[in-house]
Ligand binder design. Structure first.
Ligand SMILES: NC(=O)c1ccc[n+]([C@@H]2O[C@H](COP(=O)([O-])OP(=O)(O)OC[C@H]3O[C@@H](n4cnc5c(N)ncnc54)[C@H](OP(=O)(O)O)[C@@H]3O)[C@@H](O)[C@H]2O)c1
Length: 243
């Protein structure tokens, strides 16, 4: 491990991560982050008593905090629908300045069969426009809430594509997420969210046809699978081009 990665890993072990929202994704992220980061995780929702009841339901040793306190964290994960997200971000724009904001939203229409955004933009890019002084980082766009309970299938971790216009923020989030049971991939600039978000539309349609919705996740072939048993790694290596 290089000194830079070691430094980033140590920094991640000190960062506070706030998960905002008590819905399906809020709960899934809370469970997953708590297992890796314990009390570094901060949790809240519009109703703090309800947020506390979710913590108790999941049997976690945490205390829900007011939103104002949660927004002091280093990394903020709002788990709102895109239709509510931009107004929320606008309202908290000042306090979000300089912070990393992880965007998980997919801009679905009311029928969940298409997006409300044009092809030349994405939810993440629209969010970045509203909070230009924050570092928006795309992640978990294709991770259905049920997948948090079983992110590894047949020995293969499901993919999380991480994109941001800030290379530093992207790298920080990747180091943060690498403690979670997913394969974390550097997906480059935020404009790649146009594709990443639309991949959710595709996976949704494929899963509905197969009758497995929402139990579906991406796992691209031909990329390394860090941390898997040697046998699985060998299988991955077999996909590498022969020179
Ligand atoms: N469902 C999935 O499998 C999945 C997968 C990938 C990405 N996503 C994305 O994740 C986001 C949440 O999806 P979900 O399935 O978790 O939805 P959900 O269960 O309906 O939860 C929505 C959350 O939004 C919050 N909320 C709603 N209106 C709000 C407002 N005006 N101000 C502040 N908070 C508000 C609620 O917070 P309170 O706790 O305060 O009520 C709730 O926690 C969406 O953007 C979706 O596209 C979902």
């Amino acid at each position: 491990m290089s000194w830079l990665i070691l430094l980033q890993t140590n920094y991640c072990m000190m960062m506070k991560v706030a998960i905002i929202g008590t819905g399906r994704m809020g709960k899934g992220l809370l469970k997953t982050f708590y297992r890796a980061y314990g009390t570094q995780v901060i949790f809240t929702g519009r109703d703090i008593a309800h947020a506390q009841s979710v913590i108790e339901e999941l049997d976690l040793s945490l205390q829900a905090v007011p939103l104002e306190e949660a927004l002091q964290a280093d990394v903020i994960i709002p788990t709102l629908w895109f239709s509510d997200l931009l107004a929320w971000a606008q309202e908290h724009r000042k306090v979000l300045e300089g912070k990393i904001v992880i965007d998980i939203s997919n801009p679905f229409n009311e029928n969940f069969d298409d997006f409300t955004t044009a092809y030349d933009t994405s939810a993440a890019e629209e969010l970045q426009k509203v909070i230009p002084d924050s570092h928006v980082v795309t992640a978990f766009k294709n991770t259905y809430w049920v997948v948090f309970d079983a992110p590894v299938l047949q020995g293969l971790k499901s993919d999380v594509y991480v994109a941001s216009n800030s290379g530093t923020a992207r790298e920080t989030v990747m180091q943060l997420l690498k403690q979670l049971p997913f394969r974390i991939l550097d997906a480059g600039l935020l404009k790649n969210s146009r594709t990443i978000e639309r991949m959710t539309l595709l996976s949704s349609e494929l899963a509905r046809k197969a009758g497995s919705h929402p139990r579906i996740a991406f796992n691209l072939w031909g990329l390394e699978h860090e941390g898997l048993p040697q046998e699985k790694q060998a299988r991955t290596n077999a996909l590498k081009p022969v020179s």
